[in-house]
Design a protein around this ligand. Sequence first.
Ligand code: NDP
Length: 303
Amino acid sequence: MSSRTELSAHDDQPAPTVTVLGLGPMGRALAAAFLAAGVRTTIWNRTPGREGALVEQGAIAAGSAEEAVAASALTVVCVVDYNASDAILRREPVVAALKGRTVANLSADIPERARETAEWAARHGIGYLDGAIMTPTTTIGTPAGVFLYSGPEHLHRAHRPVLDTLDGSHTHLGEDIGRAAAYDIALLDIFWTSMAGYAHALAVAKAEGVSARELAPFAQGISAILPALIEQSAEEIDNGSYPGDGNPITSSASSMAHIIHASEAHGIDAGVLRAAEGLARRAIGLGHSTDGFLRITEVLGRR
Ligand code: NDP
């Protein structure tokens, strides 16, 4: 059951408001969740006509970005990247309209862009929170949504009542503005390399006459090994230790070589795994043959 906060206007309090800039799939999901929670939601998108059913659900469609940001103390931006959010925010009269208000940029990009945007915001008297959404559109407005933020604690606290109406978990990672983007990059690194591995596995399995449906329960079993491994290894890695008891890196390299040979025998590109195997062999060459596979964490950054 959802624990979502529902906000409503009282006689002695103004109605909670938010502006959502960007109406791609994620921006639309955010706006719909705010509306469902009773937040007065103003929306705007570069290309008109992307509102879908939001206006029928009660959204106020602004005629311009400056009109949209002027409607709320908090503007949530969710567009493809920071080139896009810059194109929307960093021009007059939008800058003037934002002065004294807060922007929460939930678009994805790199930590450096977050830092640079925070400096721009500070120069113009605009409150700035950076953020990242770690779950798909279908989770927005449900307990499964995961939102990360970084930047001034007081801004996060001030806008938390509105942000909480999106349901899910909202974690403030600290005042260093780049932290949300840093988590986003690291977590999406896990996601995309896993997806690349899964796509490769499907291709090899298919070449061997195994369907995705047949593989699915076992593929889920393999993925389920990772959470415990991540939890167990965290302290060791932070202490610079990569124990290989039970599964030394020599064994990992051998296992990867089998997959590479089987793939290439079917004419299937094994480039991703070749790179990983190469790193394991390098670690072995550097004298870490009794360590575990995660020793490559240190080898990766070496020239
Ligand atoms: P997109 O990443 O495709 O972003 C589409 C939005 O970006 C549209 O509003 C589009 O406007 C706008 N945009 C693109 N270029 C420009 C520009 N130059 N100037 C102004 N606006 C521009 O779709 P999503 O909504 O899915 O994603 C938004 C953000 O949310 C991304 O950073 C994404 O990584 C993140 N995210 C998305 C998830 C998902 O499941 N979809 C999950 C987690 C995070 P227009 O309509 O005018 O083209």
